[in-house]
Design a protein around this ligand. Structure first.
Ligand code: 5GP
Length: 184
């Protein structure tokens, strides 16, 4: 895959913002009774999504981040998850809302969610902007899902290729050459 072309727009800025309105309304409703909501973003891809989402919530919350190992220019993941930057906050007894850009094979989120449970979170829910459901290799429960996408490599709105394209205000397809999900 090269990164010289212009990404084709897949999800417009307007469609993203409309869907985030809906997700925020759902989250606000579901956490109405929670006193101690910790919103955890996975660096760096979730940052644009997290920012737009959390600005729509009026309830008190705390924001924290962690970072897992990245693709380093490759476009497939291998089921190996490494924590590069850990959280500042303790999870013990807290309701955790994990915010991620995209779930592909599911290995990253499965590992992270298990870790949060192990660290004593009261509840852990997952909010994902994009779901490549047809690529899943391990089951992951997604509580809040923005959009389902096909098996194409997407960039923009936080998602990168070699650390580029994050600032696109829409989701674009960089590489259409990967196998499609149809018929799987
Ligand atoms: P998983 O462990 O679910 O296979 O991988 C999740 C991670 O893979 C995401 O956080 C993201 O960094 C990366 N990823 C998977 N698919 C794409 C994609 O289409 N575009 C980009 N930019 N990253 C992807």
């Amino acid at each position: 895959m090269t990164d010289s072309g212009n990404p084709r727009e897949l999800i417009s800025r307007e469609a993203l913002q409309r869907r985030i309105d809906e997700l925020a309304a759902e989250i606000e409703r579901d956490y109405a009774g929670s006193r101690d909501l910790l919103c955890v973003g996975v660096l760096k891809g979730s940052v644009f999504f997290l920012s737009d989402l959390l600005q729509r919530l009026s309830r008190p919350l705390v924001v924290d981040f962690f970072q897992t190992s990245s693709y380093r220019g490759e476009t497939t993941s291998h089921g190996e998850v490494r924590i590069r930057r850990d959280l500042d906050h303790s999870l013990a007894g807290r309701d955790v809302l994990l915010i991620e850009d995209i779930v592909d094979t599911g290995y990253t989120m499965r590992t992270i969610m298990a870790l949060m449970g192990f660290r004593g979170a009261r509840s852990v829910r997952l909010c994902v902007l994009l779901d490549k459901a047809c690529k899943r290799e391990t089951a992951v429960r997604i509580h809040y899902r923005g959009f389902e996408v096909d098996d194409v490599f997407v960039v923009g709105y936080g998602l990168d290729y070699n650390d580029r394209y994050r600032n696109l205000p829409y989701i674009g397809v960089l590489d259409e050459s990967t196998a499609g999900c149809q018929g799987q």
